[in-house]
Ligand binder design. Structure first.
Ligand code: HEC
Ligand code: HEC
Length: 428
């Protein structure tokens, strides 16, 4: 009796797992996990109209997952402010942020919260939006984000979701993996298959700890236990570390999430601010010459998920970017207007002076002229920007020290990309 029951049960469970489906679902597909499926999709140029681009083209895994191509699409020269599209002529209007550590970005929400630790004492509360993917937070999470580029005309340029799905179907390994991980009927609807693709890519971005979330910079190592790295006392990098977190400067108010300097710090508060960066006039003329309109970028105000009454106060605000790998992911800001950290730091001194209602004569070291007007002169975070108690410029090299500290936020696998002469002078 017991035996017969067992036979019946095991036959039943065998059938539940796939009697009559033809293939044995217990055999793992060639692509063995969602993460590996996402990895393959992330690198697949067939998902773009002309077959020239994958996610990895603009988020280069060899280069901090940012776009390291120049305006002609060539790797290795100075990276351009915006990304060349799959049609090899169009440009987007924003700089490609790193896709590394993007899994740490919380879903888009509106908050009123006390700032953390020391920042709370100095800068009180933050009322506004947090998180979301893209510079304006318009996609709430990574899978929503990953669905954007394939059909974006300025990026991978596919006609529609059905066109992307038909490319997926041409690849037998994909078909096998999609059906295994998302169900045998996943290709019954284009919408469903497209979402599964985005889900697999998001899975790769979230779970590949060595690629996207390695937390093995010198900074992380200095805080691991036992400590694997020590900032050399009296080095410029150590001075920069102290200045970055000190209440004499406001960097950490916007570029720190955790209460104390900790491992796995995201180096962004995920808040939205307008810091008043200048318009990128070169990018503007290049796009206009291509017949692409280039209005002032309203940032957060372009995000359809904000409340109507927040429209005006959102204009010109962008999500605070991470500082991880920042030394190897030039150019900088939503419009790529600066190509060096030296330029960024001189800009913050300019912003401090401007925030104090003084006339700034600070020169942009990249152009040799004084900084131009903000792209949008409203909602600027003057209060936080003028909170720097000391000048960043001058004899004692505070800007250089902060740059040295930022260099220590580079993942181990990208350290070879750092300027080795600077690594020496910084004492890293
Ligand atoms: C043509 C270049 C290009 C391609 C191809 C591309 N991206 Fe992007 N990516 C960008 C740009 C530019 C932005 C910022 C756009 C914005 O804010 O409106 C961005 C933003 C992102 C972000 C948001 C990060 C953050 O901090 O908010 C992630 C994640 C990302 N891309 C992942 C991907 C994935 C996954 C793919 C492939 C499905 C992809 N990208 C394809 C250029 C590209
Ligand atoms: C008021 C909040 C705020 C403060 C204070 C602040 N930042 Fe930022 N930071 C931002 C925002 C927002 C951006 C993106 C702005 C944009 O693109 O328009 C940014 C961009 C940057 C970038 C460019 C990163 C990239 O990937 O493009 C660097 C580097 C940077 N900040 C460093 C610093 C340092 C160093 C300090 C202190 C001297 C500092 N920030 C103070 C909010 C702030």
């Amino acid at each position: 009796m017991l035996n017969a029951q067992w036979v019946l049960l095991s036959m039943l469970s065998f059938c539940l797992l796939g009697c009559g489906s033809g293939s044995d679902p217990e055999t793992l597909p060639e692509i063995e996990s969602k993460q590996l499926l996402g990895d393959a999709l992330f690198h697949d140029t067939n998902l773009s109209k002309n077959g020239t681009q994958s996610c990895a083209t603009c988020h280069n895994p060899e280069n901090g997952f940012a776009d390291s191509r120049d305006a002609d699409g060539v790797q290795g020269n100075t990276p351009y402010a915006a990304s060349l599209g799959d049609d090899s002529t169009s440009f987007g209007d924003r700089n490609a942020p790193t896709a590394a550590y993007a899994a740490m970005i919380p879903e888009f929400t509106k908050v009123s919260r006390l700032r953390n630790g020391q920042q709370q004492a100095t800068h009180g509360t933050y009322d506004g939006y947090l998180g979301g993917q893209f510079w304006d937070g318009r996609e709430s999470n990574l899978s929503g984000q990953a669905g954007g580029p394939p059909t974006n005309p300025l990026e991978m340029g596919m006609d529609d979701k059905a066109a992307v799905v038909s490319v997926l179907k041409e690849n037998a390994e994909y078909v096998e993996a999609f059906e295994y991980f998302y169900g045998a009927d996943i290709f019954n609807s284009d919408e469903g298959a497209y979402d599964a693709m985005a889900d697999a890519i998001a899975n790769f971005e979230t779970n590949d700890e060595t690629a996207f979330l390695s937390f093995d910079s010198k900074y992380d190592k200095s805080l691991s236990f036992p400590s694997e790295y020590q900032y050399a006392s009296e080095s410029k990098a150590e001075l920069g570390r102290v200045l970055f977190f000190s209440s004499d400067f406001s960097c950490a108010a916007c570029h720190q999430s955790l209460a104390l300097p900790s491992r796995k710090e995201p180096f962004t508060s995920f808040e939205f601010h307008n810091i008043g960066v200048p318009l990128n006039t070169e990018l503007q003329s290049r796009r206009e010459a291509l017949g692409l309109s280039h209005p002032v970028d309203l940032g957060l105000a372009n995000n359809e998920n904000i409340e109507v009454e927040d429209l005006n106060v959102s204009k010109g605000k962008f999500k605070v970017p991470t500082m991880r790998n920042v030394a190897v992911t030039a150019p900088y800001m939503h419009n790529g207007v600066f190509s060096t950290l030296e330029g960024v730091l001189a800009f913050y001194e300019h912003a401090r002076v401007r925030g104090r209602n003084e006339v700034s004569t600070i020169v942009n070291p990249e152009t040799g002229s004084v900084f131009s007007d903000p792209e949008l002169d409203m909602n600027i975070a003057h209060e936080l920007l003028r909170a720097n108690q000391l000048s960043l410029l001058g004899e004692d090299g505070r800007a250089e020290a902060i740059e040295c500290f930022l260099m220590t936020l580079t993942d181990a696998k990208y350290e070879h990309l750092l300027d080795q002469a600077k690594v020496e002078t910084c004492g890293i």
